[in-house]
Ligand binder design. Sequence first.
Ligand code: PRP
Length: 216
Amino acid sequence: MITLALSKGRIFDETLPLLKAAGIEVLDDPETTRKLILATNQPQVRVVLVRASDVPTYVQYGGADLGITGKDTLLEHGSQGLYQPLDLQIAKCRISVAVREGFDYAAAVQQGSRLRVATKYVAIAREFFASKGVHVDLIKLYGSMELAPLTGLADAIVDLVSTGNTLKANHLVEVERIMDISSRLVVNQAALKLKQQPMRAIIDAFAAALKTPTSV
Ligand code: PRP
């Protein structure tokens, strides 16, 4: 049995065409079923639905053989024990710094005073501001980051931006782009050795669909 860990939403939706290219069709719709283990048209392949931030953990410890997860999640989690053979070029977005409209970010950064930054992406934010030599106090949040500058909880946020509509609706502006994000295929190293043939077939089919060579 090959187990693929996916999270619901954009990653799941954008993975379906890649699975199809590998001859795999998921038999349940994650938006309507309460099941967490989804069968596919291939008896030896199943999908498990996990929280996006749990995908690397499942694959690292062998709860899943393969998974698909954002670069943001991988950077926060760390990628110990995970092969990353493919950038799947799906769920593309960016991770950026944003502030309230009218907030003088350039001055705040130059003054050398400490900037209060709210984010779910503490590791990425810490590394980014350290590389700029900006002192920050990081406030860990789990969602609705946009509220932090509006309520005075923080001066700035570090968050994912896709269309920019969420920032706009909350009168926030993007002031720095930290990095581009897309989703990666992650593979359990031991599983790749033990189940080499069926795992390689899936990895190669994904690579063929993307028309890129694999690095594993
Ligand atoms: C992300 C992010 C923003 C939004 C940006 O949230 O945290 O809130 O998407 O997208 P936009 O630029 O297209 O408006 P997501 O919907 O992934 O949920 P989350 O709050 O659980 O991270």
